[in-house]
Write a protein that binds this ligand. Structure first.
Ligand SMILES: Nc1nc2c(c(=O)[nH]1)N[C@H]1C(S)=C(S)[C@@H](COP(=O)(O)OP(=O)(O)OC[C@H]3O[C@@H](n4cnc5c(=O)[nH]c(N)nc54)[C@H](O)[C@@H]3O)O[C@H]1N2
Ligand SMILES: Nc1nc2c(c(=O)[nH]1)N[C@H]1C(S)=C(S)[C@@H](COP(=O)(O)OP(=O)(O)OC[C@H]3O[C@@H](n4cnc5c(=O)[nH]c(N)nc54)[C@H](O)[C@@H]3O)O[C@H]1N2
Ligand code: SF4
Ligand SMILES: [Mo]
Length: 765
């Protein structure tokens, strides 16, 4: 008899609740969970393919260990022994920096990826730390760090209540949203328009999102920072700025007009390829509405002035008084996150506390640019990376110049991958540790609840039991931490979790501001429920969190003014958490618990040294001359941008037949005018060349890209030997990142410029 089980979808940031159909131990169907408190039944084609992805026969079933140069099936014991034999010895011989760590995107979609990497980094003591963030949202972390003192304080658009959404460089109808967790993003955009609101989309392509808009502007790629600066300039010049209550909380408002003086609509219009009137009209419209939200994503981050654009997005939200106000942009308050602390000065956010060894790139949020990984492996000298731990990462395809990285990885002394597939990156590993398929894993969104447009909390236990020869991914991580620490075999994996629990409770009970001050940490640990270490840690985080039961100790004694304790929402209000949240209470609500709409959180979220919003921080001031210089740049005649397809997910869903084919193809989209000028024809081949090399790609002629712009998706290029991707390798596509050499970075964040770089095209016979 088939049964059903609930599972939060891990395939994108929308975090939809799914109802899986289970027959035996296999998932034979997936539909949207209509009772899910957040997603209300929404599902997309990726979620619907959950069963096929889960059952992909190419998924690794056992660990692989390299012997005699070949990766061979091995037991878990053999795999961890190999790591324990290699890594501590390398650290002893060459120092902590000789081990690098790379984290890829799915880490934010697994419990393991959220709970253990910080422990791994601590155990290794390395600063050679790289993640997909420097191919993605790092500019936003940096701008939030500088403005608010906390790189995770990223305000999200209040989609369901706003009157006006200005969306730049995002295509949520295909991506389902990012840094804005909103199941059924497309439906919410339609609802915005249905209630009389306005949607403006800024994108060099006429995307499916742009097709929903009241107004679509298609400026030249890479020019968002100039456009946004001119919008801010107009608000200031025309006395339309109305920060309201934010004025008192913000430093540097008075200096902003001077800093942005050069960016008049007339000055930026040629670089953006818009008219000054279009820019002025947009600024006036933004100022005229009761509430508005400005939101920028990939197309405004992975570009030449990504940090400035990300900063200007919130400058506009501040100037219009929309930051921290319903209908504008708000800071979420996730259930497993920290309890809000009283307002006041914090430690602030500092960039460049150390630099990369070879090129001297400044760290941002403790990370070095992933575009610099290859040189850190190749370049001899002290601190060279000799061993690498790659977790849920495929930088050979996702980062610039995969060929160079490929060669660098092949030269490592030792590499570990935690990955379900033997792919372009993991094929270089000496040990591959495969996590179980998602149906066998528990799920809670530690990361995305912090970017969600509604406060809510959900948890799903494994939908089917772990197969006999499998390890839960949390246990894989815990055992990895022990193995690199020289504790393989001498400590149980659960000791890693217990150490975290003890450490957290010791701190909490010693803190005079904590409701648990003076209590016995061992007694509190004994009160935790959960069937596993990670469940006990989740219980602890929920109970100590903003809506937590605080082990019955009541609310924080020192909840100061401006501090949102969450107490009004969760604790004792009958929103479903009774006397406060715990794992036990959450388990009693399998479709989740709604914790209400986002609410204002300033000044409580601020961690700047001044305790105020720092509107014009020094690193931004120092970066503005570069943007001013861009006003005089002669734009390249042809630049490339990426695109996402609804059935894609970066590099790793091309092996599922249900998600490939049709319009999901690796084609180079070219505007008909450019195609005519260059002699390119639909279905023909073209050679495309840029800094890093050239590719042969099939041409698709379409007026959905503007003139002067071509578009090629990323995540393709599955044509390397030694991978085990039988479906993907049959239709490999071209790796767009081979066009890059890794030298183009947004300097403050170290983020690779993946959009808006110059290319040349020639037709091929
Ligand atoms: N040109 C260009 N390049 C881009 C982008 C772009 O827009 N244009 N986008 C960038 C962005 S936004 C991102 S986030 C990066 C992504 O960069 P990466 O994270 O390096 O790439 P992914 O393709 O997401 O690879 C994820 C890896 O995780 C593995 N995996 C899947 N599920 C699990 C799991 O449950 N556990 C573990 N341990 N592993 C798992 C997959 O097999 C795969 O190897 O790519 C970036 N690259
Ligand atoms: N189906 C699907 N969903 C995904 C993913 C996927 O690969 N496939 N990846 C997931 C990940 S890791 C992420 S980070 C999110 C990303 O989510 P989004 O940010 O929504 O990403 P994209 O769909 O790439 O949209 C970026 C848009 O920016 C435009 N653009 C390019 N350059 C510029 C520019 O200079 N200025 C402006 N204004 N626009 C520009 C592009 O044409 C594109 O339409 O999606 C997630 N969801
Ligand atoms: S929108 Fe994202 S979370 Fe929802 S079903 Fe699709 S892939 Fe899964
Ligand atoms: Mo991403």
């Amino acid at each position: 008899m088939p049964r059903t089980a609930l599972r939060i979808c891990p395939l994108c940031e929308a975090t939809c609740g799914l109802t899986l159909t289970i027959e035996g131990t296999g998932v034979t169907g997936a539909r949207g969970d209509r009772e899910d408190v957040f997603s209300r039944g929404f599902i997309c084609p990726k979620g619907a393919a959950f069963g096929a992805l889960d059952a992909d026969p190419d998924r690794l079933r056992t660990p692989l260990v390299r012997r005699d140069g070949r990766l061979q099936e091995a037991t878990w014991e053999e795999a961890f022994e190999a790591i324990a034999a290699a890594v501590p010895a390398l650290v002893n011989a060459y120092g902590a920096q000789s081990v690098g760590v790379v984290l890829g995107n799915p880490n934010v979609h697994t419990m393991a990826g959220n709970l253990y990497p910080s422990l791994l980094l601590k155990a290794l003591g390395t600063r050679n730390f790289f993640t997909a963030s420097t191919l993605d949202q790092m500019p936003k972390h940096v701008s939030s760090g500088l403005l608010f003192g906390d790189p995770f304080a990223i305000p999200v658009p209040d989609l369901d209540r706003t009157d006006f959404l200005l969306l730049l460089g995002a295509n949520p109808v295909e991506s389902n949203g990012s840094l804005c967790t909103a199941p059924d993003f497309p439906g919410r955009l339609k609802a915005l328009r249905a209630r009389g609101g306005t949607l403006v989309v800024v994108d060099p392509r006429r995307t499916r999102t742009a097709k929903l808009a009241d107004l679509h502007l298609a400026p030249r790629p890479g020019s968002d920072a100039l456009l946004l600066a001119a919008l801010a300039h107009t608000l200031l010049a025309e006395k339309l700025a109305a920060p309201g209550a934010l004025e008192e909380q913000t430093e540097g408002l008075g200096e902003l007009a001077g800093a942005l003086a050069s960016f008049t609509p007339e000055a930026v219009a040629p670089a953006c390829d818009l008219t000054a009137a279009e820019i002025r009209d947009l600024a006036r419209a933004l100022a005229a509405v009761p509430t508005a939200a400005v939101y920028g994503r990939i197309g405004s981050c992975t570009v030449e002035y990504g940090t400035l654009a990300s900063w200007l997005v919130d400058v506009l939200n501040i100037l219009t008084g929309n930051l921290d106000r319903p209908g504008g942009v708000l800071f979420p308050l996730p259930a497993a996150g920290p309890r809000p602390r009283p307002a006041g000065p914090g430690k602030g956010f500092t960039l460049g506390r150390w630099r990369s060894r070879v090129s001297g790139h400044p760290e941002a949020k403790s990370e070095l640019p992933i575009a610099a990984l290859a040189e850190e492996i190749e370049t001899p000298g002290e601190g060279r990376i000799r061993a690498l731990v790659a977790i849920a990462a495929n930088p050979v395809l996702s980062a610039p110049d995969g060929r160079r990285l490929d060669a660098a990885l092949a030269g490592l002394d030792f590499m570990v991958s935690i990955d379900p597939y033997l792919n372009e990156t993991s094929r270089h590993a000496h040990v591959v540790l495969p996590p179980p398929p998602p149906s066998q894993s528990a799920h809670h969104d530690f990361a995305f609840n912090g970017f969600a447009i509604r406060n809510q909390v959900r948890y799903s236990r494994p939908a089917v039991p772990l197969e006999a020869d499998r390890l839960d991914e949390c246990e894989i991580h815990a055992r990895l931490v022990l193995a690199v620490s020289g504790m393989h075999g001498s400590a149980a994996p659960s000791s890693v979790d217990e150490m975290v629990i003890q450490g957290t409770l010791a701190k909490e009970t010693a803190d005079p501001r904590s409701p648990l001050h003076g209590q016995d940490p061992a007694r509190l640990a004994g009160l935790l429920t959960g069937e596993s270490g990670p469940e006990r840690r989740l219980d602890l985080m929920l109970r100590l969190g903003p809506y937590g039961d605080r082990f019955g100790a009541g609310s924080a004694p020192e909840a100061g003014p401006g501090e949102d304790t969450g107490a009004g929402v969760g604790v004792g209000t009958g929103v479903g958490v009774g006397e406060g949240l715990s794992l036990e209470r959450l388990l009693a609500h399998p479709h989740g618990i709604d914790l209400g709409p986002l609410r204002p959180r300033l000044p409580g979220v601020l961690r700047t040294r001044s305790g105020r919003i720092e509107l014009l921080p020094d690193p931004i001031t120092a970066e503005l001359p570069r943007l001013r210089a861009a006003l005089a740049d002669r734009p390249a005649s042809l630049v490339l941008v990426g695109r996402r397809h609804l059935r894609s997910n970066n590099s790793w869903l091309h092996n599922v037949p249900a998600l490939t084919g049709g319009s999901n193809r690796c084609t180079l989209q070219v505007n008909p005018q450019d195609a005519g000028r260059l002699g390119l024809t639909e279905g023909g081949l073209a050679r495309i060349t840029a800094d890093g090399g050239s590719l042969e790609v099939p041409v698709e002629v379409t007026d959905t890209v503007r003139t002067g712009v071509v578009s090629l998706p990323h995540g393709w290029g599955h044509d390397r030997d030694g991978a085990r991707l039988s479906v993907a390798s049959a239709v490999p596509g071209a790796n767009v990142n081979q066009l890059l050499d890794g030298s183009r970075l947004d300097p403050l964040s170290g983020t690779a410029v993946l959009n808006g770089f110059p290319v040349e095209l020639t037709p091929l016979p």
